[in-house]
Design a protein around this ligand. Structure first.
Ligand code: ADP
Length: 404
């Protein structure tokens, strides 16, 4: 009996142990599965968070990079990828990825010192980070680098923003050139006026009426020139201010504009015996724009043709016609023309093909075509020029029929 009892007890213990072991096993299996599911969820959340972060960084207009402590690029947003074009960025050292060492320098300085760095870099076309895509000539960039704080300590990641400031740089450059050129252009007539004043006052020329009169008339010519330059500069500045009320838009017959300028230039035309031809298939064609500026545009173009070709036998054609939704306006002449090397610069402020004018022969200010171009652009149009010296020089304006 005792034996039976002890066998029963042993079996019971075994069964209990087996049940316990089985229970333990299944609960361990359950917790591993839970752990795996949890891990998977965590990885998914992490992936989503990373994608969300990348989406946000891709939405930035500026190129954005993350660089590790060894100066290798670990992340590049969409703008950075398109800025560097086909060049591989990820896991490459910045010195290799950036074409010009000046771009990398600012960033490496930040890496070395841990201090934020903001640096403006101006590069020649060949070393632009845009590589072959760079067609703008000299290009300018702001490199803004700063270390990200690392609460866990250890190696730091540095964030880099590369901002394209080429447009601002170009505007700044144009302004600088404008001031330099304007001062230069004003200095010449002022120096001449001062010279004659000295002659008159210090050398007692004022006592010789004939001489004094001659000096005064030369001085007046140069004072007129200063006024013209200042006037032209004010017109350019008004057109460039971009103020909405710069233009007074109204529909007007273009023919009346042509009539005005032909009247104003009548004596020059007569003196030069120039042949003036007007081509307007629709004589009542109406243009929507600022009549004052359109008259000035036409005046400058026709006056240039006459001014550059004082000899007889000049033929000037003024034309205007509707072409689809645009209006074409042109001024052509058969005069000396513009050398092809000068054509790309012709609309630049103060640019003149003939740079050396004698004192007596003061021609233009070199601002006429700049005013023409800006006035046309303010009307949403564009102007181009072609020239075969001695045969045909043609300024062609295309402007939308309706201005928005
Ligand atoms: P300017 O006040 O000297 O006339 P513009 O800006 O009007 O200045 O013209 C710039 C230069 O372009 C002129 O100096 C001249 O050399 C050249 N040019 C303009 N129009 C003509 C033309 N029809 N024929 C020949 N040269 C021209």
């Amino acid at each position: 009996m005792t034996t039976e009892i002890s066998i029963f007890a042993t079996i019971s213990a075994l069964v209990a142990l087996t049940i316990l072991a089985f229970r333990n096993h299944s609960s361990r299996k359950q917790s591993t599965a839970e752990l795996n599911a949890w891990k998977l969820r965590l990885e998914l959340d992490l992936k989503q968070a990373r994608e969300e972060r990348n989406r946000l960084l891709d939405a930035l207009g500026d190129a954005f990079l993350l660089v590790d402590a060894d100066a290798n690029i670990r992340f590049a947003n969409e703008a950075a990828r398109s800025l560097f074009g086909a060049r591989e960025l990820l896991n490459r050292p910045v010195r290799e990825a950036f074409l010009d060492p000046r771009l990398a320098d600012a960033l490496l300085r930040c890496l070395a010192t841990g201090e934020p760095v903001q640096s403006r870099v101006v590069l020649p076309q060949q070393t632009s980070p845009r590589g072959d895509l760079e067609t703008r000539g000299v290009n300018a960039w702001i490199i803004d680098a700063a270390q990200l704080s690392n609460p866990k300590g250890g190696a730091h990641t540095t964030r880099v923003i590369i901002r394209d400031v080429t447009a601002e740089h170009q505007i700044e450059q144009v302004r600088k050139d404008f001031v330099a050129n304007a001062s230069h252009e004003l200095r010449t007539p002022l120096a001449i006026i001062n010279g004659y004043l000295e002659n008159l006052l210090d050398d007692d020329m004022i006592e010789e009426p004939e001489m004094a009169r001659r000096f005064l008339s030369i001085m007046r010519k140069h004072a007129d020139r200063i006024s013209r330059i200042v006037e032209d500069m004010l017109v350019i500045s008004r057109l460039e201010s971009g103020e909405a009320n710069t233009l007074k838009l109204e529909p007007f017959r273009f023919r009346s504009c042509i009539k005005d300028i032909l009247e104003r230039l009548e004596s020059v035309i007569r003196n030069q015996s120039a042949e003036m031809v007007v081509i307007m298939p629709d004589p009542d064609l109406v243009v929507q724009g600022d009549r004052f500026y359109w008259t000035q545009v036409l005046f400058n173009l026709v006056e240039n043709a006459l001014k550059q070709n004082p000899h007889s036998g000049l033929r000037v054609e003024i034309g205007c016609e509707r072409v689809g939704e645009s209006i074409h306006i042109w001024v052509t002449d058969n005069g000396v023309g513009i050398p092809s090397a000068d054509l790309p610069h012709i609309f630049r402020r103060f640019f003149r093909v003939e740079k050396h004018h004698s004192q007596q022969e003061i021609k233009g200010t070199g601002l006429g075509l700049s005013i023409v171009k800006r006035a046309i652009e303010a009307h949403g149009g564009s102007i181009g020029v072609t020239s075969v010296p001695g045969r045909e020089t043609k300024f062609l304006i295309t402007v939308p029929r309706e201005m928005n």
